[in-house]
Design a protein around this ligand. Structure first.
Ligand code: AHR
Length: 529
């Protein structure tokens, strides 16, 4: 199949380049994400060389608690994964989180029952510690408000504590606790998490949520008119989303959606032999949800135009996405999932979708950043990069600050059994080959980056790349392939599933074979012609 990569054929030539916020992260007080991943777990202390003290040189607590330096080096904005932003503190956790429990002297903070995951919360990592972590890593903070058991007054006070510049009670309390005058300056605030879900403490009907969120939005923007608010959505393609977008579009700047592929996966009742397909084609449903959500935003804007109101550029905040397999992760303590090779292929399909839809997405947060359904796992003395880590690193390094290129549509479509949740009622037939390509201007010229996912279980695919408007000087290919679909990386064998890197001469770029069930990432460096 000849693949014409035309450097002059941009999909959205007048749009902003691809935002690095597609690679944001998410930290929830769940399992070992915060305690064990971000800060050291006092019950299983790590060697001192793995820990970083806070900048003021004080011990993090009276004990040996400190930030995990190895995790920080990976998550930091100038670290390996170049994470630009972190969402915190939940997730379901936030619906029972009272922020005032997590400020002030650590030894005085109350220990609480945590109702989302039924554990105890020590509150030793709170708002100021999160901001210290963001300062140390260069990640932008994104906070989610408690709209479950939290009150309107608490929310306004939290905003004033973080962003207040005046001589007022909460701003002064922040100064007292941090010893610094400057505010935390938190720009992004989420109006609750999954408030539609019956598992959520204090969940609401869409009408009740919309009414409450409208009131909160009004007050929050009076306290700080510069903030950006994120309304709480569902999958992006539901009645809840429709009603919330319609009501909140004048007040919210982004609309959040959540979607996990393989969730609801239940081996006992699923179509035999369909595990692989569900995983690798699952993200096609997320792509549909993004399209539907964007249409709901367009519809709400049409409604505004009838009332002579200007359109609002409301973007999607995909603030939870990932492969989350209940069979592999649910029974585990704190949703610790071992990701295998097939999960990695599903994850590559996810990354392709996010880049392809970047125009409609303001922020996307991988759920989650460490230990909990995550590419990164820690032990007291080391860190494991799971199968998902490697494509994530290539995307977060290379697939940003550029423009999407037009690609031909692939002929060979999947026509196997359909599964309503994952592949929308069989109406959508994804191709075996899933690709995305971007053009990025570089210091020395330009670069075309191409991600090719071959989901076919048996057939390989030959890429005959031809270029228009671009002269190739150098080609680098990162290929991830395993014969064993269940292959995993472990602390003992961390390099089982890693990219094989090859540098090709410009002339060798044709005929590159992307193997059956594999992923290849091409970096073509050259100049615009
Ligand atoms: O990321 C795990 C959980 O998934 C989050 O707490 C919740 O928002 C979602 O249901």
């Amino acid at each position: 199949f000849p693949l014409d990569l035309n450097a002059k054929s941009l999909v959205h030539p007048n749009e902003e380049p691809i935002t690095d916020k597609l690679y944001a992260g998410f930290l929830e007080h769940l399992g070992r994400c915060i305690y064990g991943g971000i800060v050291d777990n006092p019950k299983a202390p790590s060697p001192k060389e793995l820990l970083e003290k806070q900048d003021d040189g004080k011990e993090f607590t009276k004990g040996r608690l400190g930030f995990r330096k190895d995790v920080m080096k990976i998550l930091a904005k100038d670290g390996e994964l170049e994470i630009p932003m972190l969402r915190w503190p939940g997730g379901n956790f936030v619906s029972n989180y009272h922020w005032q429990d997590g400020i002030g002297p650590i030894e005085k903070r109350p220990k609480r029952i945590e109702l989302a995951w039924l554990s105890d919360e020590s509150n030793i990592f709170g708002t100021d510690e999160f901001i210290d972590y963001c300062r140390a890593t260069g990640c932008e903070p994104y906070l989610c408000l408690n709209m479950g058991t939290g009150t309107y007054e608490e929310a306004l006070a939290w905003l004033e504590y973080c962003n207040g510049k005046g001589d007022t009670h909460w701003a002064n309390l922040r100064r007292k606790h941090t010893g610094r005058d400057e505010p935390h300056n938190i720009k992004y605030w989420g109006l609750g998490n999954e408030m539609w879900g019956p598992w959520q403490v204090g969940h609401l009907s869409p009408t009740d949520y919309a009414k409450k969120a409208k009131q909160w939005a009004h007050g929050l923007k009076l306290v700080d008119p510069t903030i950006k608010l994120v309304s709480c959505g569902e999958t992006g393609a539901s009645q809840w989303d429709r009603e919330i977008i319609e009501t909140l579009i004048p007040y919210a700047d982004l609309h959040s959606i959540h979607f996990y592929t393989m969730l609801g996966h239940d081996k006992a009742s699923s179509v035999p032999g369909f595990e692989y397909e569900k995983n690798v084609f699952g993200p096609a449903a997320a792509e549909k949800h993004i399209d539907v959500c964007k249409s709901l935003i367009d519809m709400a804007n049409i409604g505004r135009s009838w009332q002579k109101q200007p359109a609002r550029d409301m973007k999607i905040c995909f603030d939870e996405w990932n492969v989350w397999d209940e069979v592999k992760a649910y029974g585990s303590v704190g949703l610790e999932q071992t990701y295998d090779y097939t999960d990695m292929l599903g994850f590559c399909a996810w990354l392709n979708v996010l880049v392809r839809k970047h125009k409609d997405i303001g922020i996307a947060c991988l759920a989650q950043s460490v230990n909990v359904i995550s590419p990164l796992m820690t032990s007291p003395d080391g860190i494991l990069k799971q199968t998902l880590y490697h494509p994530l690193k290539l995307f977060s390094t290379y697939m940003k600050n550029g423009h999407l290129l037009q690609l031909p549509s692939m002929p060979d479509v999947y026509d196997g059994p359909t599964y309503p949740v994952y592949i929308q009622q069989g109406l959508y037939k994804p191709s075996y080959i899933d690709m995305v390509a971007v053009l990025v201007k570089t210091a020395n010229g330009a670069s075309i980056r191409l991600s090719v996912l071959n989901r076919h279980p048996e057939a390989s695919w030959k890429v005959d790349a031809a270029f228009s408007g671009f002269k190739v000087d150098k080609v680098e290919v990162h290929e991830i392939y395993s014969d064993d679909l269940d292959a995993v990386n472990t602390f003992e064998k961390p390099d089982t599933v890693i990219p094989k890197i090859e540098t090709l001469k410009a002339a060798e770029r044709t005929g590159y074979e992307v193997k059956k069930h594999s992923w290849a990432f091409f970096i073509f460096d050259g100049t615009l012609a």
